[in-house]
Design a protein around this ligand. Structure first.
Ligand code: RB5
Length: 147
């Protein structure tokens, strides 16, 4: 079974641990890439680690948590082939998978409740990309073959 890479900074640590527990409880295998303590760290370092796991083909999806999810998404989206979206609810989770083929779910520990984040993550991981007209739009963001 493919391990789902996840990471957070210090601000995102409590929500990351809650999401990790939830995923494991649902039978997923997770790869926790840190951070592991409350010491202050820099979120781009952790976004880079999850992005690298995806671009190396280790997993189709990753999870990033910081205070707002925004810094993680900005940082992750600088990596080729990454489409990271900040999620606040299940509707965003469904639509960003179906339309944007998002491959990293970002959450803000200071901006979302655990239950809502869990639900959004469940939907994110189970919603297929629709393809079709969305392929043309995604190709305008990441031209095929571009790295
Ligand atoms: C850390 O204090 C905070 O700036 C970070 O977790 C994140 O919210 C940045 O986007």
């Amino acid at each position: 079974m493919t391990a789902i890479p996840l990471a957070s900074d210090h601000a995102g640590l409590p929500l990351k641990l809650a999401l990790k527990d939830a995923l494991q409880g649902e039978g997923h295998v997770v790869l926790d890439l840190g951070t592991h303590t409350g010491d202050s760290v820099d979120y781009p370092d952790f976004a880079a680690q999850v992005a690298a796991a995806l671009t190396a083909g280790q997993a189709p999806f990753g999870i990033l948590v910081c205070g707002t999810g925004i810094g993680m998404a900005i940082a992750a989206n600088r990596h080729p082939g990454i489409r990271a979206a900040v999620l606040h609810n299940s509707t965003e989770a469904r639509l960003t998978r179906a339309h944007n083929n998002a491959n990293i779910a970002c959450f803000g520990a200071r901006t979302i409740g655990i239950e809502t984040a869990r639900d959004a993550l469940r939907v994110f991981l189970s919603t297929p990309y629709e393809g079709g007209r969305h392929d043309r739009r995604l190709a305008k963001i990441d031209p095929p073959g571009a790295k």
